[in-house]
Ligand binder design. Structure first.
Ligand SMILES: Cc1cc2nc3c(=O)[nH]c(=O)nc-3n(C[C@H](O)[C@H](O)[C@H](O)COP(=O)(O)OP(=O)(O)OC[C@H]3O[C@@H](n4cnc5c(N)ncnc54)[C@H](O)[C@@H]3O)c2cc1C
Ligand code: FES
Length: 265
């Protein structure tokens, strides 16, 4: 069930060009948020921002009651957030939306994250590893200094985890797009009989469309997390509609994670 709680910023640091990591003390959210769900955050320090902004939860620590949000500055709301310091308080509605639903018996997963799309996959990665699945993560970014989630994935150091990365300019990892490495991984898995049984992708929509095509080609269950502009965040305003094979659905309550079988891609 949705709730609205006052969260307090404990840290807000720049990680890369236009990329910030905000940590918030949000006890109830830290307890209840599930991988792939998001918070709808008020831009509390500027009343001109009437609408809340949606952000996926990157990481959570129920013990310390902290949640992390990785955000990219794209407009006035996210720019306002860069000014927040430890102690800033804001209201967050949580846990919003339908998160990831990997098959309950997934043994081998491929997670594909482009840009800040690496963040909403992190909790899923942890969850799959904790259930004993092998997880290959392929992260892509424009340049090395935009690969701001990479170390955190490496630091998981859990058995079964493999992390690969690409940059558009070749400044770190393989040069190219993360979908190219994902395609190689899927082809290798098919050749060697070590088939993936789940693919999840998050990032720019063209990237997710390619990931969807690959998953369909290899016949693997796949989910993607869609971004839409949101207003109410509770399914009432229809500003976030997504065209699906069953008609229009709302990304805020029917998503943001969709099974690719629902999408006419
Ligand atoms: C479910 C969900 C989860 C998200 N998670 C994250 C996250 O973890 N990290 C992150 O950096 N961003 C995330 N976003 C996107 C984030 O909500 C927007 O970037 C933010 O609301 C922009 O606010 P603004 O005031 O800075 O920009 P605005 O001034 O409102 O807009 C600036 C530009 O950003 C575009 N934009 C604004 N809102 C969205 C949106 N919801 N989706 C796509 N484009 C948008 C606008 O079209 C415009 O071009 C998520 C969006 C959704 C729907
Ligand atoms: S944001 Fe209002 S219906 Fe989704």
């Amino acid at each position: 069930m949705l709730f609205d709680e006052i969260a307090t910023v404990t840290a807000n640091q720049k990680l890369g060009p236009g990329l910030y990591l905000m940590t918030l003390k949000a006890p109830r959210c830290a307890l209840e948020i599930q991988p792939g769900q998001f918070v709808h955050m008020m831009i509390s320090t500027n009343p001109a921002h009437v609408l809340r902004r949606p952000f996926s939860v990157y990481a959570v620590d129920a013990r310390t009651e902290l949640i992390d949000v990785l955000y990219q500055v794209v407009g006035s709301g996210t720019f306002e957030m860069t000014k927040w310091q430890a102690g800033t308080r804001t209201a967050v509605v949580a846990p919003v939306g339908r998160g990831w639903s990997p098959p309950y018996n997934a043994r081998r997963a491929l997670l594909i994250g482009g840009g800040v799309g690496a963040a909403p996959l992190y909790m899923l990665c942890n969850q799959l590893l904790d259930k004993g699945a092998d997880v290959d993560v392929v992260l892509g970014a424009a340049t090395a200094d935009c690969l701001v989630c990479l170390d955190r994935y490496f630091d998981l150091r859990k058995p079964g985890l493999r992390v690969l990365h690409t940059t558009d300019d070749g400044s770190a990892g393989a040069q190219g797009f993360c979908t190219e490495l994902a395609e190689d991984a899927l082809a290798l898995a098919a050749r060697t009989g070590k088939r993936y049984d789940y693919v999840a992708a998050c990032g720019p929509e063209p990237m997710m469309r390619i990931a969807t095509g690959l998953a369909k080609l290899y016949g693997i269950p796949c989910e993607v997390s869609l971004e839409r502009r949101m207003a109410c965040g509770i399914g009432a305003c229809l500003s976030c509609v997504v065209d699906t094979v069953e008609g229009k659905k709302r990304a805020c309550v029917d998503g943001p994670v969709f099974d690719i079988r629902e999408l006419p891609w």
